[in-house]
Write a protein that binds this ligand. Structure first.
Ligand code: C2E
Ligand code: CA
Ligand code: CA
Ligand code: CA
Length: 274
C-alpha cells in the first residue's frame, strides 16, 4: 500500500522535527531580540464614526535577522512562556507613548497588554512612570486587555483597573465575544471601550447571526456608556453597515493597514477621512 503506516510516520516525524527545531531556534533568539533592537512597532489607525482619526493601535513586530518579520501571534506566546513578555511589554509601552507625543495632541495611542504583564506587580506605577518620563498625558493612552486577564485574581484586577481609571488612562476590552465573555466583567470593570473581534465582522454583510450579535454588542456598550470599536473592517459594505448601527470606531485594512511610525505624518496629511 502506498500509504503504509511506516512511511507516514517517518514523514510526520521529520516535519515535526523541523518545526520543533524552528520553534526552538526562534525561542532562543527571542532572548536577545530586545537588546539587539529587533522589535519595532506598526501603528494602525482607529477611525471615528464621522471618519475622523481618533488615534492608532500599536502592534508589535519582530524582525528576526534570518527568518524575517515574525507575527506577534507566533512569538508573544513564546515570550510569555519564557518570562520575557514583561520587559518586552514595557518596551512597547514606552516606545508607543514616546511616539504618540509627536502626533497631533487629540490622537490617542492604544497599547495591547498581555495577561502576563497585567498580572505582574507594580503595573500602575510602571505605567505612570513611563507617561511621566515621556510626557504623554494619561488620557491619550488606551490599554487594550482581553477577557482572559480577568479570569484570575478578580479583586486585584479590579484594583488595578480602578487605579488606571483614576490616573485617567482609558481601558478597552479587546476581542470581546471570542472567549469567555461573562457579562459580569461589563458590570464590574471600568471599561471605556469594547472592541468587537474581526471574527464577527468578516461575515457581517451576509450572516444574520453575526449581525444580531454585533448589533447587540453595540447596543449593550452604548447602554453602559461605553464606546465600541469594530476591528477587521476590510470593505465599504462592512463599514457602512457598522456606521448605520452607530459603531463608534472602525479599524481595518479599509481604513488603513498597520504602518511604520515614519509613515504616520504622511498618512494624517493625505487621509481622506479627516
Ligand atoms: P489584536 O489586538 O486583535 O489586533 C488586531 C489584529 O488584526 C492585528 O494583527 C492587525 O494587524 C490585524 N488586522 C488589522 N486590520 C485587519 C483587517 O482588516 N483584516 C484582518 N484580517 N486583520 C486585520 P497582528 O498585528 O498580527 O497582531 C495579532 C495579535 O497579537 C493582536 O491581536 C494582539 O493580540 C497581539 N499583539 C500585537 N501587538 C502586541 C503587543 O504589543 N503586546 C501584546 N501583549 N500583544 C500584542
Ligand atoms: Ca488589540
Ligand atoms: Ca475610564
Ligand atoms: Ca482581535
Amino acid at each position: 500500500a502506498k500509504n503504509d503506516g511506516r512511511g507516514r510516520a517517518r514523514t510526520f516525524n521529520r516535519s515535526m522535527l523541523v518545526m520543533l527545531e524552528q520553534r526552538e531556534m526562534l525561542r532562543r533568539s527571542l532572548r536577545v531580540a530586545l537588546q539587539e533592537k529587533q522589535f519595532f512597532i506598526e501603528y494602525q489607525p482607529l477611525v471615528g464614526l464621522s471618519r475622523g482619526i481618533v488615534g492608532f493601535e500599536a502592534l508589535l513586530r519582530w524582525h528576526h535577522p534570518y527568518a524575517g518579520v515574525i507575527p506577534p501571534a507566533l512569538f508573544i506566546p513564546m515570550a510569555e512562556a519564557d518570562g520575557l513578555m514583561g520587559k518586552i511589554g514595557e518596551w512597547v509601552l514606552e516606545q508607543a507613548c514616546r511616539e504618540a507625543t509627536t502626533w497631533p495632541p487629540h490622537l490617542i495611542v492604544a497599547v495591547n497588554l498581555s495577561p502576563v504583564e497585567f498580572l505582574r506587580n507594580g503595573l500602575t506605577d510602571r505605567i505612570a512612570g513611563i507617561l511621566d518620563a515621556v510626557g504623554l498625558p494619561a488620557d491619550r493612552l488606551e490599554l487594550e486587555i482581553t477577557e482572559s486577564v480577568l479570569l484570575e485574581r478578580t479583586t486585584d484586577n479590579l484594583d488595578v483597573l480602578n487605579t488606571l481609571e483614576v490616573l485617567g488612562i482609558r481601558i478597552a476590552l479587546d476581542d470581546f465575544g471570542t472567549h469567555y465573555s461573562s457579562l459580569t466583567y461589563l458590570k464590574n470593570f471600568p471599561f471605556d471601550t469594547i472592541k468587537i473581534d474581526k471574527y464577527f465582522i468578516k461575515d457581517i454583510q451576509t450572516n444574520r447571526k453575526c449581525q444580531i450579535i454585533v448589533q447587540f454588542i453595540i447596543e449593550l456598550a452604548h447602554g453602559l456608556g461605553m464606546f465600541v470599536t469594530a476591528e477587521g473592517v476590510e470593505n465599504a459594505g462592512e463599514a457602512s453597515w457598522l456606521e448605520r448601527k452607530k459603531c463608534d470606531r472602525l479599524q481595518g485594512y479599509l481604513l488603513g493597514a498597520p504602518m511604520p511610525a515614519e509613515a504616520i505624518r504622511d498618512f494624517l496629511r493625505q487621509s481622506s477621512f479627516v
